[in-house]
Design a protein around this ligand. Structure first.
Ligand SMILES: Cc1cc2nc3c(=O)[nH]c(=O)nc-3n(C[C@H](O)[C@H](O)[C@H](O)COP(=O)(O)OP(=O)(O)OC[C@H]3O[C@@H](n4cnc5c(N)ncnc54)[C@H](O)[C@@H]3O)c2cc1C
Length: 323
């Protein structure tokens, strides 16, 4: 069984950024990645300083190369189980491989659950969008719609309004409060109340409208949908990490969970994280993990000294191997 300082589970922006910092800190690090980052369906990634417009897979390919350049290992695979093994943690991969590590960082992201509307999922990241900061600029001044009816959807529509004057808010009947209705109308946002039947797609494979159950078709060029965010946190929950009232694993500002030795970063604990913030959170977690390992290295060195062992020039496993 391979023994690592840190196992990073999930190789998106958060995980690879952490692995880069850890491998540069001369830690023996492994990234296990199932290869399905959340923004994979998008053709371009926006809002990442100096990388705006880059295809998402290019960023991750560059990140993998950088991690490997510092001696970090990357394995394609799915971790199915993570257990405390007394000294650290053992991760079991779908193919049966076992990985042992002193610390784990889980960066497995989240799933976007969309409303059950015919044709919606097929248009995801094309003309059915969720993040105005990612996609708003690309559809600015077009005929946009927001699928409402969920908590926070009116506020979300007011944000989408930043990118167009032609915005329609779709909702079921009798849900809007008088205040919400007034706020929408005050900013020129049209309100359509009814049940959405399906999306209207033209011969050129473009979204053209929303077909309501009463037969009306409301023209739109793109639809914004606030998804339900579901964290991929089964591994952390299985380890006994504390969760908040909404089921999200609790972490401190460095990503440390309630279970010693276990960190989490990126969308798995923060649905608002963009690629750049997920990468930043991974980096912060890596620095905290290295500090935690150094504390353990000091404890072990003092214990060895007390038992009469002669100190070696370095206690760093990775540098010893590569020396
Ligand atoms: C359609 C779309 C477009 C977007 N566009 C933008 C944009 O333009 N700009 C922007 O800043 N943000 C954008 N985002 C948000 C962006 O996707 C996230 O901010 C980012 O992916 C979060 O990174 P992460 O590392 O936390 O998770 P992810 O990127 O989702 O990476 C998680 C990784 O963990 C892997 N994984 C999951 N479970 C396991 C397991 N058990 N074992 C091993 N590996 C596992 C997954 O396969 C995946 O590779 C977009 C999101 C969507 C849905």
């Amino acid at each position: 069984m391979n023994q690592y300082d840190v196992a990073v589970i999930g190789g998106g922006a958060a995980g690879l950024s952490a692995a880069l910092v850890l491998s540069r800190a001369r830690r023996k690090v492994l990234v296990v990645d199932a290869g399905d980052p959340r923004n994979a369906p998008a053709a371009h990634m926006h809002g990442y300083l100096s990388r705006d417009g880059m295809p998402p897979n290019e960023l991750l390919a560059a990140g993998r190369e950088e991690v490997r350049g510092y001696g970090g290992d990357i394995t394609d695979g799915m971790v199915t189980e993570l257990v405390h093994d007394g000294h650290g943690f053992t991760a079991l991969l779908a193919g049966g491989q076992r990985i042992s590590a002193r610390r784990v960082l889980v960066t497995t992201g989240l799933r976007d659950e969309l409303p059950d509307i015919q044709g919606l999922r097929d248009r995801w990241a094309r003309d059915v969008l969720h993040c105005p900061y990612c996609h708003g600029h690309g559809v600015s001044d077009r005929r946009l719609g927001v699928i409402g009816g969920t908590p926070g959807a009116v506020r979300y529509a007011q944000i989408v309004r930043q990118w167009t004057h032609d915005l329609t808010y779709f909702t079921s009947r009798d849900i809007l409060t008088a205040v919400e209705r007034n706020e929408l109308l005050a900013r020129g946002i049209g309100v359509v109340e009814g049940i959405i039947d399906q999306l209207v797609i033209d011969d050129a494979d473009q979204l053209r409208g929303v077909h309501l159950r009463d037969g009306c078709v409301i023209p739109v060029d793109a639809l914004f949908v606030p998804p339900r965010f579901v964290p991929n946190s089964a591994l952390l929950v299985g380890l006994g990490c504390d969760v908040d009232g909404d089921g999200w694993v609790k972490v401190d500002t460095t990503g440390r969970t309630s279970v010693p030795g276990v960190w989490a970063a990126g969308n798995i604990v923060d649905p608002r994280a963009q690629v750049i913030t997920a990468a930043g959170a991974g980096s912060a977690a890596a620095i905290a993990i290295n500090a935690d390992l150094v504390e353990e290295d000091v404890r072990n060195a003092v214990r060895d000294l007390d038992h009469g062992f002669t100190p070696t020039p370095t206690t760093n496993a990775h540098s010893k191997e590569s020396a």
